[in-house]
Design a protein around this ligand. Structure first.
Ligand code: ZN
Length: 249
């Protein structure tokens, strides 16, 4: 039995019994973990298991068990619960979407400090109500890259030729990106995407987060990028995300 300390963001929470809950965190040092929070009462006013909220940033201590993936949460010190986010439903659902993505796309105990930092940074910015749509799209593109799912948006995913300057291109989720005019006839399914939206989505992958607050993208382009990402993510996960039902673009 060893005790571990790490930074953590709450991804999910389910009741386990009358006095305990299972809390899923994305942690900076240990990746996604499931912990059981056994009804510990408010001790110092700084934390209590009952007060463990979703989409909240904590410093946690947990005991790692050897033969189970359900660890024991012993302390959760609140760092930021983003009060402004709770007053803005639209942004709250965008933040929920990030948590759902991290939960669905990551494996247990497979950490990425880079993903944790981008998640935390974007949560901070979205909670301050800045450019939430562009922040979410950027998070999605960066997450796909970090986790090895980045779609090919610069050249044809099949023949590797550069995509001609046309107004619309073919995007095929199963192939993992854009298809040129010649190749698109060989693959069924897929969607049509404006080339401009695909190119802007690609630029978001490497954009500096500090500069992102000043970036403006037409809302019609944001809608096209999100449509493309939803189609692509649905194809990878084999399901749609719950939070999508509530997000307005
Ligand atoms: Zn091609």
């Amino acid at each position: 039995m060893s005790v571990f300390k790490t930074e953590a963001i709450t991804l999910g929470r389910t009741d386990y019994s009358n006095s305990s809950q299972i809390i899923t965190f994305y942690t900076r040092d240990y990746g996604k973990i499931h912990t059981i929070a056994k009804g510990f009462k408010r001790v110092s006013g700084r934390y209590s298991s009952k007060a463990i909220d979703l989409l909240t940033y904590y410093q946690i201590l947990f005991i790692k068990k050897e033969y189970t993936s359900l660890h024991t949460l012993t302390e959760a010190v609140l760092q930021n619960n983003y009060p402004m986010l709770r007053n803005n439903l639209d942004n709250y659902y965008k933040a929920s979407c990030m948590a759902e993505l991290v939960n669905e796309f990551t494996e247990e105990s497979d950490p990425s400090k880079q993903l944790f930092d981008i998640f935390l940074n974007t949560l901070n910015v979205i909670s301050a109500d800045t450019n939430a749509t562009i922040q979410l799209l950027t998070f999605e593109m960066k997450m796909l890259k970090i986790l090895g799912y980045l779609p090919e948006l610069e050249s044809c995913v099949n023949c590797k030729d550069s995509i001609q300057q046309v107004s619309e291109v073919h995007f095929n989720a199963r192939e993992g990106g854009l298809l040129c005019k010649t190749c698109k006839v060989r693959f069924s399914n897929g969607i049509i995407v404006p080339l401009g939206a695909a190119l802007i989505a690609r630029r978001l992958v490497d954009i500096n987060l500090q500069k992102l607050e000043r970036v403006r993208i037409q809302s019609s382009i944001c809608v096209e990028i999100e449509k493309m990402l939803r189609y692509y993510i649905t194809s990878i996960l084999n399901k749609e995300l719950n939070s999508w039902k509530y997000i307005k673009f």
